[in-house]
Write a protein that binds this ligand. Structure first.
Ligand code: MG
Length: 377
């Protein structure tokens, strides 16, 4: 099977007539995101994230998408461009229904989920604009069969791994957020969380990004973190270390969540008895449609869902926000960490996401994007 698009279902209002449409556009642009402050994880410290913006134009509408992946993923600027060169623009834009367009896109190669994410988001944005529907409404009925949507989407705010004094300062400046997600995996995980706990009553999640090695030590660290009030532990061990993860999960009263261990819906079943939940990110899933499939599969297997993100602009964050009400937790703060956002879309007010209900993925001001991409020829 090529690509990883889930089985299609009937979504009749996402069809448009393209017979008379002459104007078409597919453009992509290298657009690194600059971080406001250096951001650290167990994989290292970085000051920017490399990636691309894409624009798909048809008639008078333009759909926007993007791909941003951290350096430890296998895709990069060259592979994005090489995938985009495979896309036959006139073919992609010839389909009058979203399902067929997505099948064409996801069937082009067996990999490239990041590059596909950019075009998957852009197609959703374009069809949403053409049919006057916000993406959140598009999936609402389907997802309500699996769980009730939350009325309030609270996002955690991520504190990158750094020197303890810097992490404490960042936490101090993030008072408006109900939840802090603290990146761990250094020498002093308990010391860091303990110092942050001393200065705040905010809810705390931790993400070790695969850095914990020794099972006994991890169990002891986790137990101390939980006594400090940590409510969730993300990706404690290296990818595929299910035995260690299961031991921690069995001992832990708080959920243990898979991130690097899960990419798409096909991965979830084999994780379900080692983790309590999964972190779904559009960038690794291959876009909105596959993220929806992951959400449904997780619910079917009875495990929890966190909707997360990479360092992304408001394009990716707004696209994810469209389905975030159906997750148990939300960590959509990537756009808050950058200084050169590509557009205005979802708002985050006092740590609560307020998705816009404009058609498409929710972009409310695309002036900068129009400057970057120009008009549809
Ligand atoms: Mg993570």
């Amino acid at each position: 099977m090529r690509g990883e698009l889930s089985a299609s279902e009937s979504r009749p209002f996402w069809r448009v007539s393209v017979l008379a449409v002459r104007k078409q556009m597919f453009k992509y642009k290298h657009y690194p995101l600059e971080l406001k402050e250096p951001f650290g994880t167990a994989h290292g410290l970085r000051t920017h994230t490399d990636g691309m913006l894409v624009a798909l134009g048809r008639g008078d509408n333009i759909g926007y998408g993007e791909v941003y992946l951290p350096p430890y993923y296998r895709e990069n600027r060259e592979s994005f461009e090489s995938f985009f060169s495979l896309v036959d623009e006139s073919r992609l834009l010839s389909f009058g229904d979203l399902e067929t367009a997505l099948h064409y896109l996801h069937g082009l190669t067996n990999s490239d989920s990041g590059a596909k994410t950019a075009l998957d988001i852009a197609l959703h944005d374009l069809f949403g604009k053409e049919t006057g529907q916000p993406v959140s409404e598009f999936y609402r009925e389907e997802l309500e069969l699996y769980c009730f949507p939350k009325e309030r989407i609270v996002t955690s705010y991520t504190i990158g791994l750094d020197e303890k004094s810097i992490m404490l300062d960042k936490a101090r400046r993030a008072k408006e957020f109900e939840i802090l997600k603290i990146k761990l995996g250094g020498e002093d995980d308990v010391g860091i969380v303990s110092a942050i706990r001393d200065q705040t009553d905010q809810r705390l999640f931790v993400d070790a990004n695969q850095a914990w090695r020794d099972e006994e030590q991890a169990l002891s660290v986790a137990s101390e973190l939980i006594s400090l009030g940590v409510e969730l532990i993300e990706q404690p061990f290296c990818v595929s270390e299910f035995q260690k993860t299961r031991a921690l999960r069995d001992a832990s009263p708080v959920p243990v969540i898979a991130d690097e261990d899960v990419q798409n819906a096909g991965d979830i079943k084999r994780l379900a008895d080692s983790f309590d939940g999964i972190n779904i990110k559009l960038m690794k899933a291959g876009g909105i449609r596959n993220a929806v499939a992951m959400l449904k599969e997780a619910r079917r297997l009875g495990i929890s869902v966190l909707i997360g993100c990479m360092t992304e602009s408001s394009i990716g964050i707004s696209a994810a926000a469209g389905i975030a009400a159906f997750a148990d937790w939300c960590d959509l703060d990537g756009n808050l960490l950058i200084k050169n956002d590509a557009c205005e879309a979802v708002k985050t007010i006092d740590g609560v996401l307020e998705p816009s209900d404009v058609p498409g993925i929710g972009i409310t001001n695309d002036a900068k994007l129009r400057e970057i991409f120009g008009a549809i020829d």
